[in-house]
Design a protein around this ligand. Structure first.
Ligand SMILES: Cc1ncc(COP(=O)(O)O)c(C=O)c1O
Length: 382
């Protein structure tokens, strides 16, 4: 099955045990499950933190979307990330990460896990040799985002996964920006995929959720243990909501990407715009890599406005269709200022190093009419 068909049917089986032919997975709200005898759960379930039929159906769908054997659902993307670190790292271990991560991931690494004797190095992962030279004997994870948030840098997932394996580490890829529709890191030799399912997988700005996909049995066991031990799991309502919404992933992603391409080309030709970051533009330095490891270029566009912080603030205030808000991946277009919003927790020095200037604006291009979106941008730039 192709991606669009898979998204519609993933995780659904109207005739599986417990279902009565319902074409969408029902919501099982019970926190606990009765059994007839002490030794064995009668219906296969014990307690909903450990496993729940609605979450199971959702997790099956997530696995199918990424072409993975297994998937695990979490109460947020950061909870999913924390679970990976908890499952795979111990005292004294080291992680090599790309230097342009989502600000909250960097905060999770340095401010939360940094307290427990774990060590993190950040490198420009556009150049695989930088990752290679940062790997040490105690490196357990190479953590990548591609494209990155917010400057849409790419890294060669296949080559860097090979480097990680050679150094005795595993490769984790945050695939939130591309979505499983446009990129599948497991097929590029990565070991674990992470999503903030709050974004494109959910797609409607109405649920906070996270997902981890994995095919290796041993890694899955470790992750599953921590998912239950820590308990940052989604409610059955959230699992059901996202499961229904991910059925339109293909339709939404095609429209996001077409609109983003139109918007990026418009911005690139505008005199008040200094620079546009979008992997679908020929001017993107890694456009060729994008064509080989992605099936489409996604819905995120960043650009640098002439006039720095002040111009960015005036531009963002003038928008009428684009809403000034954090987050991304929903059907409605959003705009934000990374330096003072999503990446405010990153130090100015680190921001500058990663190319996050004060004039940088990030757009999550929605599924509206692209002519309306371009008029809105044009009016605000004026
Ligand atoms: C690339 C990326 N990864 C992870 C996260 C964290 O996800 P959540 O907000 O669902 O915890 C985000 C949130 O913006 C993100 O953009």
């Amino acid at each position: 099955m192709r991606e669009t068909t898979r998204a519609v049917h993933a995780g659904e089986n109207p005739f599986s045990p417990g279902r009565v032919g319902d074409v969408v997975s029902p919501i099982h709200v019970s926190s606990t499950f009765a059994r007839r005898v002490i030794h064995k759960p009668t219906g296969g379930y014990e307690y909903s933190r450990s496993a729940n039929p609605t979450r199971d159906a959702y997790e099956k769908a997530l696995a199918e979307l990424e072409g993975a054997k297994y998937a695990l659902g979490y109460s947020s993307g950061l909870a999913a990330g924390a679970n990976i670190l908890l499952a795979l790292l111990g005292k004294g271990d080291h992680v090599v990460a790309s230097d342009d991560l989502y600000g909250g991931t960097r905060r999770l690494f340095l401010k939360t896990f940094g307290k427990f004797g774990l060590d993190f190095s950040f490198v420009d992962a556009r150049e695989p040799a930088n990752v290679e030279s940062a790997i040490r004997e105690n490196t357990k994870i190479v953590w990548l985002e591609s494209p990155t948030n917010p400057t849409l840098k790419l890294c060669d997932i296949r080559e860097i996964s090979g480097i990680a394996h050679k150094g005795g580490a595993i490769a984790v890829v945050d695939n939130t920006f591309a979505s499983p529709y446009f990129q599948n890191p497991l097929s590029l030799e990565a070991d674990i995929v992470l999503h903030s399912a709050t974004k494109y997988i959910g797609g409607h700005s109405n649920v906070i959720n996270g997902a981890v996909m994995v095919s290796d049995e041993g890694l899955h066991e470790k992750l599953r243990f921590q998912q239950n031990a820590v308990g940052a799991v989604p409610s059955p309502f959230d699992a059901h909501t996202i499961h229904v919404q991910l059925k339109t992933l293909g339709l939404r992603m095609e429209r996001h990407a077409q609109n983003a391409q139109d918007v990026a080309e418009f911005l690139e030709a505008h005199p008040k715009v200094k620079r546009v970051y979008y992997p679908g533009l020929k001017s993107h330095p890694q456009h060729e890599l994008a064509k080989t490891q992605m099936r489409g270029f996604g819905g995120m566009v960043s650009f640098e406005i002439r006039g720095g912080m002040e111009a960015a603030a005036r531009f963002l205030k003038s928008l009428e269709i684009f809403l000034l808000a954090e987050s991304l991946g929903g059907v409605e277009s959003l705009a934000e200022h990374p330096a003072s919003m999503t990446h405010a927790s990153v130090s100015r020095e680190d921001r500058m190093r990663a190319g996050l200037s004060d004039g940088l604006v990030r757009l999550s291009v929605g599924i509206e009419d692209s002519g309306d979106l371009i008029s809105d941008l044009d009016n605000s730039l004026k």
